[in-house]
Ligand binder design. Structure first.
Ligand SMILES: Nc1nc2c(ncn2[C@@H]2O[C@H](COP(=O)(O)OP(=O)(O)O)[C@@H](O)[C@H]2O)c(=O)[nH]1
Ligand SMILES: [Mg+2]
Length: 291
């Protein structure tokens, strides 16, 4: 994850502009420490000038861009390759902007200038048998009134895509068709996380367990979040029983009830924080997920 970016004046190292994507700005002291380290590193060898540096709980990348120096601050686990590509493109664009425009202009427009270089996609797939409530869950997530009638999603995938912002990620939610329609196991090669839905009947839970086992054998690294939907229906099995049968946590849900929206947002947020290995920030969910 990219936490923030800073554009400094190359001569006096004063800040021209900065952008934040996570909860707290990076302390100025840590940035100064980084700059000192960068200078030492560059003196040792010019080749080291562009090497990322890990300091405290952050990883720093920087590039010269004419009158400026652009810094990206990420979590220490972030892939060097991905950030290197992003900062190279940002530096090249900033270099030409700084030639054509005043620093004041860059300061005013900095957020728009930098956003297209830092954004990433995070793909979440809604999976489960036909009729379990995937489309309803997507509606609930987006805060829309869920449809009362069942309109089967017939495409193989990507039937509905909605975007939610989480830090520098745009979450893309794919509402997959049921397996009957797809006729085979879905292709999750570009998926980052799965929400597996089951309605709370024993038959469907058994089916979901086999879907789970199949996904796991083909995509062992993919995080799978289990949602026990239709908890309001008569004879639905309790989510604690479902957790036992499945062997991992099932989250109780009623996808057609707007009162469950906050609980759904919390489930999503918790899954993301775990995935990115981030601490739970003491902030309301609306500050962290922009829908
Ligand atoms: N009682 C109840 N009905 C639900 C719930 N979630 C979805 N449904 C209904 O189940 C049917 C199928 O839902 P849908 O979202 O289209 O399923 P999908 O095929 O998985 O996308 C629709 O009639 C929904 O209104 C729920 O939590 N409780
Ligand atoms: Mg559907």
């Amino acid at each position: 994850m990219i936490f923030s970016t800073v554009l400094l004046n190359v001569k006096n190292k004063r800040k021209i502009a900065s952008s934040e994507y996570w909860t707290k700005p990076i302390p100025r002291k840590v940035i100064s420490k980084y700059l000192a380290k960068l200078e030492t590193q560059a003196k040792v060898s010019e080749r080291l000038r562009y090497q990322p540096i890990v300091l405290e709980k952050y990883k720093f990348f920087s590039r010269d861009c004419g009158d400026g120096i652009i810094i990206f601050v990420t979590d220490p686990d972030e892939s060097n390759e991905d950030v290197t590509d992003k900062i190279n493109r940002a530096a090249s664009s900033l270099r030409s902007i700084l030639v054509k425009h005043t620093k004041k202009y860059v300061k005013t427009h900095y957020d728009q200038i930098i956003y297209r270089f830092i954004k990433s996609r995070f793909v979440i797939a809604l999976v489960g048998n036909i009729g379990v409530g995937k489309t309803s869950l997507l509606h609930l997530l987006m805060g829309k009134i869920p449809p009362e009638t069942h309109v089967p999603t017939i495409a193989v995938n990507t039937e509905v895509i909605e975007e939610i912002r989480f830090a520098n990620y745009e979450l893309v939610i794919l509402d997959f068709a049921g397996r009957e329609a797809a006729g085979r196991l879905w292709d999750f090669s570009s998926t980052d996380m799965i929400f597996l839905l089951t309605d709370s009947t024993l038959k469907n839970i058994v089916d979901s367990k086999s879907i789970y086992t199949e996904i796991l054998s083909e995509y062992p690294e993919l995080p799978i979040i289990l949602v026990a939907n239709k908890q309001d229906t008569p004879h639905s099995l309790d989510s604690s029983v479902i957790s036992k049968v499945m062997g991992f946590d099932a989250h109780a849900m009623v996808a057609i009830d707007l009162a469950y929206r906050n609980s759904l947002l919390q489930i999503l947020l918790k899954a993301l924080l775990e995935h990115f290995k981030l601490d739970v920030p003491d902030l309301p969910v609306e500050h962290l997920l922009c829908i």
